[in-house]
Ligand binder design. Sequence first.
Ligand code: GLC
Length: 481
Amino acid sequence: MKAPGWFSRLSRRGIASNAVEREAWRRLDASIVRYRGEPVGTIASGDGDAPAQNYDHVFTRDFFVSAVAFLLRGEHEIVRNFLRVALDLQSADHHMDCFRPGQGMMPASFRVAGTGAEERLEPDFGEHAIARVTPIDSGFWWLYLLHAYTRASGDESLTKSDAMQRGIRLILELCLPPRHEMLPTLLVPDGAFMIDRRLGVYGHPLDIQVLFHLALRAADGLLDVPVDDPLRRAVAERESHLAHHLRHYYWLDMATLNRIYRYQVEELGADAANPFNIRPDTIPEWLFEWMPRDGGYFAGNLGPARLDVRLFSQGNLLAVLSGLADREQAQAILNLFESRREDLLGETPVKLVFPALEGRDWQLLTGGDPKNAPWSYHNGGNWPFLLWLFTAAAIRAGRREFAAEVLDAVEERLAAEQWAEYYDGRGGRLVGKEARLDQTWSVAGYLAARRMLANPDAIDFLGFGAPSTATSCDAGSRAPA
Ligand code: GLC
């Protein structure tokens, strides 16, 4: 008897998909960095044909994605070791020397230098990076990873150790004290996170604020002190002010756009309806047409007379995953990704920022950066590593089928094009002009997404609710043989 057409299509895809997954696990395993014989992280890229620059380092933000894939495979050791090594490298002394990283900072990346008895870890806090950018996201990713590791492994002893508790406190003491502003958001320079170049992302960029919020939620559960401890109270209070601020002032949908369109300006006092003095004519016209009736998203940045309406996928999807976006907001974000699929996912998901800066905006805000030319790299390029986050957010919002369809459509090409770092063009059709191949977080992002689709309950360790009994990152289960 002949198998029905759909069956052979399905099984053909199944076989190809298994082969892609096997090959991806092989690459991820090959990217592992060892220190004194122990696995401690993964290199950013294994592309032997491109200049290494610092792509042979273990980046904190990149390793988070590898860690999600490893935890989903039931491997805890490399994640535990990474958390320990990063803690050892944390800047732990209080000093007034502006040329050394501030107390509590976590490195952007590190590498293993020397061999044998000479082997040592060399961190980079941005002092070696292009344009000396500061990695404000590192400490937040580290806290989120400690939370995820603890939930996935059930090992509370690591978090409870004095060294870890001190590390958590130092990060909090770096970001909680009041500074020169009276807002719950963090004021940061350009390029302080995944977008580590000038792109007009100074001030209060969404990605940092959402990560800050995530880190506070993680810290609240990780601090081994009673709920009425002053630090824990400060964490809870900031978390709730920050959540309110983001949900209220950053949110854009047809209703808020309509409100902004009719804003009065130059209002004084605490009751101002337009507290940041946003001029309605600074909202680009395309947005009024582009926003679906049932869609919405968090704006990219907010400050005095400044509302950056670019859509940053990482911040928005993290907000869905962490629960910062409330139920309606989470649905609206996923609706937007569905109805503006060509713009936000394109042929190679996921668009990092939409739309690109062009013309004079590009000149002024990037400093005329050719690497960040319109629709390239950070400036409107597409980044496959975000597939883990897109998938997790879609599952969290009850849209697993959508995420599965997106991953099925792209996986063979990702493998055939050798796990490029990023894609260029409006629709993400071209392998990025300067993209590395064999980029570890592209591989890990895909693997994590595959695992989550196979077992949607497994995303539980990335959340904050009561652990579900069904969960569990399937310990012991490996890539298909
Ligand atoms: C680039 C990216 C940065 C990433 C690093 C290593 O600098 O902008 O986000 O961490 O490469 O992959």
